[in-house]
Design a protein around this ligand. Structure first.
Ligand SMILES: [Fe+2]
Ligand SMILES: [Fe+2]
Length: 191
């Protein structure tokens, strides 16, 4: 099964990011830290699902390495970590999580897959816009990681739920995500 976002990020997003790259880096660092924490949280929530625990502990380490890499870039620019700000995009998506152990688990995996897919799309856009050099290569590699991550979450969903159920809910959530993206202002931030 493939995951295809229903709307492309607008060029104004890239303008906002390039207009205040330091702020974007601070937000990017926060996103990587949250991604690592979320992976640990999911692992601890499903101790009996061995495949999920193993995948999430691996992912937590990888996201933490991304966090370290972005912190290094921040410090190289003489910037520091900034306090977390609410992520309206992620919060809007999470508000669509259904209750009940099974639906909750499917929604959590699919929302994570969609967030990773949007990260993949945006980091690739950014990498394409940057001049040849270390920063461009860094964002190309981050974008490739996010592509692997969305596939990982999708594969976990397919390992635990019927294909038709996954496909139907993914379709709904992708439509919801497109509406959320289109309604949000463009900021110097990942979302
Ligand atoms: Fe990451
Ligand atoms: Fe990721």
């Amino acid at each position: 099964m493939k995951l295809e976002l229903r709307c492309a990020t607008r060029s104004q997003w890239l303008d906002a990011v390039r207009g205040d790259f330091g702020r974007f880096l601070q937000d990017h660092a926060a996103c990587e830290a949250k991604a690592s924490a979320m992976a640990i949280h999911i692992a601890k929530h499903y101790p009996d699902k061995i495949d999920i625990v193993e995948a999430m502990t691996e992912l937590a380490v990888e996201e933490l390495a991304h966090f370290r890499d972005v912190v290094r870039r921040l410090h190289a620019e003489a910037l520091t970590l900034a306090p977390d700000t609410p992520d309206a995009y992620v919060n809007a998506l999470l508000s669509h999580m259904r209750r009940g152990r099974e639906p909750f688990m499917l929604d959590r995996l699919l929302i994570a897959a969609i967030v990773e897919a949007r990260g993949h799309e945006r980091f690739a856009l950014l990498a394409r816009a940057l001049d040849e050099g270390e920063s461009k290569r860094f964002y190309e590699s981050i974008s490739r990681s996010e592509a692997r991550h969305y596939q990982l979450f999708l594969d976990l969903a397919l390992a635990h739920f019927d294909t038709s159920e996954v496909g139907a809910r993914l379709d709904e959530l992708l439509r919801i995500e497109a509406d959320i993206v289109n309604a949000l202002p463009n900021r110097a931030a990942l979302h």
